[in-house]
Design a protein around this ligand. Structure first.
Ligand code: ZN
Length: 187
């Protein structure tokens, strides 16, 4: 939650026929979907906030850069979002007919502040690619660099598991000073 995106509702209402321009850059936590992250959580807002009766309309653009991994070859991929938003905030109370707002379509004005963060967060998260490709024709992992399958037996020369007998020497070393050469291979 960032206070940069809170605007006192009373102040907005007082300037009822003035459109409040919101041009700023914010950094939000957890702007990520799967392996795709908004770079530094940074989003640039160019929004207009307008009071219309009891409602507040928010329109404009959001921009952000993202980075992730190609779903086929795991190379890093990046991109830029440029989104148009148009959302409405309504009072968090029943209307004149006693009907509560449908929160599936609108955002709620709660407390003293209009909070733009949910609009920004929802729009950006929805627009991030779920499984990006580095290029349309990416054919997947470079098999030279990322071998697939199980290496044949005996191919692990030089990476032999530690001989359990050396572990005994390590234990003995705890209590006695020994010739370092005797168990150099175990360390
Ligand atoms: Zn790729």
């Amino acid at each position: 939650m960032t206070r940069d995106l809170l605007f006192p509702i009373e102040a907005l209402r007082r300037r009822r026929d003035v459109v409040r321009e919101v041009d700023l850059e914010v950094n939000l936590d957890d702007l990520a979907v799967g392996g795709v992250d908004v770079t530094d959580g940074r989003v640039t807002l160019s929004l207009a906030v307008e009071v219309r009766g009891s409602e507040v309309a928010v329109t404009g653009r959001l921009q952000a850069d993202w980075t992730g991994e190609c779903r086929r070859c795991l190379e890093s991929v990046s991109g830029h979002l440029d989104l148009e938003v148009g959302e409405v905030y309504v009072p968090d109370r029943p209307d004149s007919e006693g009907i509560l707002p449908d929160t599936g379509n609108v955002y709620l004005l709660t407390g003293e502040n209009l909070d733009l963060e949910p609009v920004v967060r929802d729009a950006v998260l929805l627009a991030l690619p779920l499984s990006p490709l580095c290029r349309d024709e990416c054919e997947g992992p470079d098999t030279e660099r990322f071998p697939t399958g199980v290496p044949p037996d005996g191919d692990s020369a030089g990476e032999k598991p530690m001989d359990p007998r050396w572990a005994v020497l390590d234990i003995l070393r705890e209590g006695a000073v020994e010739d370092d050469d005797a168990h150099g291979a175990s360390s």
